[in-house]
Write a protein that binds this ligand. Sequence first.
Ligand SMILES: CC(C)(COP(=O)(O)OP(=O)(O)OC[C@H]1O[C@@H](n2cnc3c(N)ncnc32)[C@H](O)[C@@H]1OP(=O)(O)O)[C@@H](O)C(=O)NCCC(=O)NCCS
Length: 177
Amino acid sequence: MELILNTSQVTQVEITPLTSKYASHFQYYASDVLVARSCPLPHPLPPNYAQDFINQALQGRKNQSRYDFAILHQTMFVGVCSLVNVTQKQQAEVTYWIARPFWGKGYATKALGDVMFFAEKEIKLKKVYTGVWNKNPASRRVLEKNKFHWINTLHQTTKYNKKFIRDSIWELEWTPN
Ligand SMILES: CC(C)(COP(=O)(O)OP(=O)(O)OC[C@H]1O[C@@H](n2cnc3c(N)ncnc32)[C@H](O)[C@@H]1OP(=O)(O)O)[C@@H](O)C(=O)NCCC(=O)NCCS
């Protein structure tokens, strides 16, 4: 059944620390090649990937090196957003993905906004950065709506299926107001 959301339903999107409770949904949705191809998820996804990731997340939260969140609509798991590589200089990288059935409903925009609020107010980060493939304009839009700005474009050539492909990555950055 198609899930239809209006703006007020998007406000029901929330983030919560990622725990083992979400492992099976994480494993299922992250196995989708359309999710994996634009973010740092391996494809095919190894069988125990989600639980291993969550174990790292739990350990990282303890030592304050990373903060991983499940994105929920009401109580339903719809994706993941993580602040990783948190340094003593109060910098971090952000990554996120939304399960494919829930794309285009404003979830990433709202969840990233909540994570950046946490980054600024709770752990007092001074800089958050990320990289986005040029073939991923939706993600760039999500970042720009959350006050990330372009700082650089990297060009690289990769070999795929015996062909060389030239691609670009936008580097974007957020700093508090
Ligand atoms: C990219 C991704 C996170 C977006 O999640 P989402 O919940 O669908 O995003 P939202 O609905 O909050 O916002 C998407 C925005 O991009 C816009 N958009 C979508 N497709 C677009 C396109 N082809 N060109 C330009 N803008 C586009 C939408 O219109 C919307 O902007 P608007 O609110 O101003 O209209 C999701 O598609 C995903 O998880 N992809 C795979 C993993 C990934 O790419 N992660 C990010 C790695 S950097």
